[in-house]
Design a protein around this ligand. Structure first.
Ligand SMILES: Nc1ncnc2c1ncn2[C@@H]1O[C@H](COP(=O)(O)OP(=O)(O)OP(=O)(O)O)[C@@H](O)[C@H]1O
Length: 355
């Protein structure tokens, strides 16, 4: 399991400063940092333009917007975008999640209390129970549900009309959804990881809202270490702000940001202590691999799952580690990142990368 298979937190993920999932502190601060309209929403040009058209067209027709499916890794702005959809449509929003809806009755209760035009945000939609999912098909298509009353042969279905509403579903991977559910969305937007320049804009914007003094080089330094994810950029900014306040004169420059993030063990590329431990073991103990996952996990003193689900996805995405049929292999970029010279035998393993 990794972020794109499921969103349940992996062991060891929760306390990391570079975790993409929200922690308690994030939840409290995020409300203040969320962009309120599409104009303020940084990056994701394609999704933003397409969504802008969908919403404008619905508004011109005086209709409720089509159902929207948003897919992408945690922390890229799916919840934020759902709130923007509601704001742009001038509609209220109700927020719930797949794991919270275990029975069809839970969903019926929510659907039957929606107002006309309301936006229903269903996070982690792929984790809803099967009966609830089937009820949702009919609700999305016909704005109707059948509420089953009673059990066994005496059970009867009572049809219930619903007001038109817009469902915004969020998932870490659209491919996890059954096709009948996927097909009922009028618009699907895939959220990409953010480019460093985009994250710089996110950092500048958040610094303004938090009343933090930051120069462009300081923002670039934080952005470069944020793993393509606005939630991480905002979290690193808060930690750097603390450091700037206590150790410097409160202004975030490149030097202040770099020193602060060194304290938190986040390196220039966004790797943390665990990521680096995995890479160092792979390079220094096993000559760059190939080495089996279990052996690598023992070498770094972590659970197999922690290495596989917490450290590896980002290392693979960054092109530092490859998963091959023979085991884990370091890429030439991994040697370069740790400032080590790749042994001659490594050059012969080039063909393994990307297998
Ligand atoms: N495009 C953006 N521009 C500015 N800030 C953003 C953007 N996207 C996300 N953020 C900020 O990042 C934080 C996380 O965003 P959000 O909660 O919407 O992510 P998410 O994809 O719903 O994550 P999860 O899947 O974990 O719920 C928020 O504080 C939000 O302000």
């Amino acid at each position: 399991m990794n972020w794109d298979d499921d969103t349940a937190e992996a062991p060891g993920e929760g306390d990391r400063i570079v975790a993409a999932a929200a922690d308690g502190e994030d939840s409290a601060v995020e409300a203040a940092l969320r962009p309120k309209d599409l104009g303020e929403f940084v990056g994701q040009e394609k999704v933003r333009q397409q969504l802008d058209l969908v919403l404008k067209a619905a508004r011109q027709r005086g209709a409720t917007a089509d159902h929207v499916l948003l897919s992408g890794a945690p922390g890229l702005g799916k919840t934020t975008l759902s709130m923007i959809i509601a704001a742009e449509m001038g509609a209220p929003i109700r927020i719930t999640s797949g794991p919270a809806i275990q029975h069809a009755g839970d969903l019926a209760a929510i659907l039957s209390s929606l107002q006309e035009g309301e936006v229903l945000f269903l996070d982690e939609i792929h984790r809803m129970s099967r009966p609830a999912e089937e009820m949702l098909y009919m609700a999305m298509e016909d704005f109707r549900v059948d509420v089953i009353v009673g059990k066994g042969p005496g059970a009867t279905a009572i049809p219930l009309e619903l007001p038109p509403f817009t469902l915004v579903g969020a998932t870490t991977r659209a491919g996890l959804l059954p096709p009948p559910l996927r097909d009922r969305f009028g618009f699907t937007g895939h959220m990409e990881f953010y480019a460093p320049e985009e994250l710089e804009r996110v950092v500048h914007r958040s610094a303004g809202l938090l009343d933090v003094d930051i120069d462009p080089a300081g923002a670039a330094e934080i952005a470069g270490r944020s793993r393509g994810t606005p939630r991480i950029a905002n979290r690193l900014l808060r930690r750097v702000r603390d450091y700037a306040q206590v150790k410097a004169d409160g202004v975030i420059t490149r030097e202040v940001a770099a020193s602060a993030l060194q304290v938190y063990e986040v390196d220039a590329r966004g790797l943390d202590r665990l990521d680096r431990a995995v890479l160092e073991a792979l390079l220094k103990l096993f000559g760059g691999g190939p080495v089996g996952l279990s052996t690598l996990a023992v070498a770094v003193g972590e659970e197999r799952e922690t290495v596989e689900e917490v450290a590896e996805p980002f290392l693979v995405r960054e092109g530092l580690l490859a998963r091959t049929p023979r085991g884990r292999v370091a890429t030439p970029a991994a040697w370069a990142h740790l400032g080590l010279a790749a042994p001659a035998s490594q050059t012969g393993q080039q063909g393994l990368f990307g297998v």
